[in-house]
Design a protein around this ligand. Structure first.
Ligand code: FMN
Length: 716
């Protein structure tokens, strides 16, 4: 039991039932007028019902539409917004949670200003041209979507005059007072992430000579005046606090921790009732996953602790904090409240499950960045592991109810699509039997779990859920026509996975060439014979021993042991630089293999959400992996891979790279075979997951989920 995290606390006079906060997240579910309607209310209500003590709303535009990042951002700039906001606070309060509104002005990232042809409000004209930290690693389509989100216009800039700033402070104070009337319990001023207050705080963006520039007291003036004005407008007892950047990564002259400590002290003097500690990085690219959407577990914990040494008000920590890490921070006096972002998209009931001592049933975030990637394209948030997120108004209640027409369902395939279909079908009261031809559940997710640890948590969760829900699981059994004939199910869901069509590369039949399936079988001990032709006697012995000892069943243990031993040569060439090839490259490079990845296209890991792509490509490049784009493999020999690289001017260069092991990750194709075989039975047959087209984890989960929900509507 995490008693520190689950203990009650207060911010000023605001009592919280526990110390778990939903971090502010711009989910962009609102329509393009900034008004709260049912989808937004249902999204927050689900998180209130889920037990969090405090919900901090997404960034809400104090001056909407001015300074907003998107037309879909919530607004609170006039009384017209009140009815929706009021309905929101009422529904959240009904579940015992408290709700703070995050007030924002996006300054230099106010995309809606650019879209509408307004200049971006900034402290000063920037001295640097907007740039990028390294290779762009974005597809043309993604760049097109990003440009469209700013109305395909070039931003212009307006250096804020003192009148502009006075107006800004007034707008925030009016917005705070309006939020109070709407029933909010507190206001958080967004002073972080490169938005207007953060720009003023940063010496990298603020070159002013007036009272708002220079020393930290001046740079913090706008934030402090805004805090004081919000406090005054709301009567003094109403809690107002700010979120600040503890550090600005990637800028030599950006915000430093010492600045942030002083800012925190000044903010408290100005009336702040708490300090929420985040961080920022510039420019975009891998930096985005350093801050604010931090990839390292507990990446900002030290920052919260450093701020806490300087203020007596509560400190809110954030940044990929697990409940256990959060509990520890509170116990050690390094933070008072723990905000969680992505985890609350994956499982809005995280807090409730913790207090019910059911932490095993918490659906884990896999840190795939699908959620936040949508914001770049001005699209509503999506969660790869929770299809209900952003669709609560339609789906949340339905997920709590049993189906009015329980069905008998057979599922073929225990990968992510089959497991999710089984989970949802069983939850809704259908009688489910799951057939898995291998001797373990997980399918492609088991391999994904080996190379990327958060996926293992998802696998464990899915497996635990289907067992807990009483799904009958038949391992080592491929669903046959005969089974269907005998069992007479109402429905069959086929989730049998993709089929592999190996590309015809000369030399691909050599013993040291493996495809993804062989490699998976080798590393996980899934099949006894697969891949064994490429192994020597010693390798075979170690793998057999590992299988006997059960080592191969645990991705975690395999990850550890594979640092010491793996039946893969020192020099590896991976053919295919998609998601699988790149995750594999990362895994092998971390185990001292020298890896080259050959990709026919220009962009690597295109199937990953681009922020995760930025992070992993940054990491593999740093680890010395050679990434060669526009590369066509000519042949594989005993010792090398020969390939041709085409340049922009269509010139072709031929190259050769040494390889002791070659791994081909290409060639996954939809596999309609099993569904076709079962179609002639009386049951309704539907296919989901990779057998319909490779959709990776998100596609598998979504299709499995949808097929299970559709069982209701297609009842007899
Ligand atoms: C989809 C998404 C939207 C976000 N929008 C906001 C926002 O509106 N305001 C803000 O201060 N931070 C925003 N953040 C940052 C989060 O509040 C949080 O600081 C960050 O995700 C790190 O916490 P986590 O590791 O628990 O997700 C957003 C993060 C995500 C994933």
């Amino acid at each position: 039991m995490l008693k520190h995290l689950l203990s009650s606390t207060q911010i000023g006079g605001l009592k919280l039932r526990n110390r778990i906060a939903v971090a502010p997240m711009g989910v962009e579910i609102a329509e393009a007028d900034g008004h709260v309607r049912e989808p937004v209310i249902a999204y927050y209500e689900e998180r209130a019902r889920g037990g969090a003590g405090l919900i901090i709303t997404e960034n809400t535009s104090a001056c909407y539409p001015r300074g907003a990042n998107s037309a879909h951002e919530l607004g609170v700039s006039n009384d017209g917004f009140l009815p929706g906001l009021r309905a929101l606070t009422e529904r959240v309060h009904a579940h015992g949670a408290r709700i703070a509104i995050q007030l924002a002005h996006h300054g230099k990232v106010g995309r809606l200003d650019t879209q509408h042809g307004r200049p971006l409000l900034m402290p000063s004209t920037p001295r640097k041209k907007p740039g990028h930290g390294g290779p762009l690693d974005l597809s043309r389509e993604e760049m097109g979507l990003m440009a469209a989100a700013a109305g395909n216009r070039r931003p212009t800039i307006q250096e804020a005059t003192e009148e502009d700033l006075a107006e800004l402070v007034e707008d925030f104070a009016a917005a705070a007072e309006r939020a109070q009337r709407a029933g909010f319990d507190a206001v958080e001023i967004h002073g972080a992430h490169g938005y207007i207050f953060s720009e003023f705080l940063s010496p990298a963006w603020n070159f002013r000579q007036d009272q708002f520039g220079g020393a930290i007291e001046n740079r913090a003036r706008l934030l402090c005046e805004t805090i004081s004005a919000c406090k005054a407008a709301t009567g003094g007892a109403f809690p107002v606090w700010c979120r600040i950047d503890a550090t600005e990564f990637g800028e030599d002259d950006g915000i430093r921790l010492e600045d942030a400590q002083l800012t925190a002290e000044l903010a408290v003097k100005a009336g702040a009732d708490a300090i929420h500690v985040s961080a920022y990085a510039h420019p975009l690219g891998a930096g985005f996953t350093q801050a604010p959407i931090v990839h390292a577990e507990g990446g900002f914990a030290g920052f919260a602790a450093a701020i806490k040494t300087r203020v007596t008000v509560p400190v809110i920590a954030v940044g990929r904090l697990s409940p256990e890490a959060g509990d520890r921070l509170i116990r050690e006096g390094k933070a008072d409240i723990i905000a969680m972002g992505r985890q609350m998209l994956a499982d809005p009931a995280t807090a409730q499950k913790l207090s019910d001592n059911r932490s095993d049933s918490i659906r884990p975030c896999i840190y795939c960045y699908t959620c936040v990637a949508q914001a770049f394209f001005d699209r509503s948030v999506r969660c790869a592991v929770n299809p209900v997120t952003a669709h609560e108004a339609d789906l949340a209640q339905r997920m709590r109810e049993k189906s009015p027409h329980p069905q008998r369902v057979l599922i073929a395939g225990g990968g992510p699509a089959g497991l999710e279909a089984a989970r949802v079908a069983a939850m809704r009261g259908h009688r489910v039997t799951l057939y898995e031809k291998g001797d373990q559940l997980g399918g492609t997710l088991r391999f994904a779990a080996l190379v990327y640890e958060p996926n293992e948590r998802l696998l464990n969760w899915l497996e635990g859920q289907v067992r807990e829900l009483g799904v009958e699981i038949l391992l080592g059994r491929e669903l046959s026509f005969e089974d269907v004939r005998q069992q007479q199910p109402d429905h069959v869901i086929v989730a049998a996975g993709a089929r592999r069509e190996n590309p015809s590369i000369p030399g691909s039949d050599l013993a040291h060439v493996m495809d993804g399936d062989t490699l998976r079988a080798l590393l996980t001990g899934e099949a006894s014979s697969a891949g064994s032709q490429s192994l020597g006697a010693f390798d075979r012995f170690v793998i057999a021993a590992g299988r006997r000892l059960g080592v191969m069943r645990s991705p975690r243990r395999l990850r550890v042991l594979s640092h010491r031993y793996m039946p893969i040569g020192e020099r590896v060439v991976i053919i295919g630089g998609g998601l699988v090839g790149i995750e594999l490259a990362e895994f092998l490079a971390a185990r001292n293999r020298q890896v080259t990845v050959l990709e026919e296209g220009e962009i690597f890991a295109l199937q990953m959400a681009h922020p995760r792509r930025w992070r992993v490509l940054h990491d593999v490049r740093k680890a010395g992996v050679e990434l060669v784009g526009r590369a066509r493999v000519d042949r594989i020999t005993e010792r090398s891979v020969d390939f041709s690289v085409s340049a922009d001017d269509d010139k072709v260069e031929t190259r050769s790279v040494e390889a002791a092991s070659v791994i081909v990750t290409l060639g996954l194709e939809p596999n309609p075979d099993l569904a076709a075989r079962l179609k002639s039975s009386n049951a309704r047959v539907v296919s989901v997951g990779d057998c319909t087209g490779v959709g990776y984890i998100e596609g598998a989960i979504r299709e499995g989920f949808e097929a299970a929900l559709a069982l209701d509507s297609s009842d007899a």
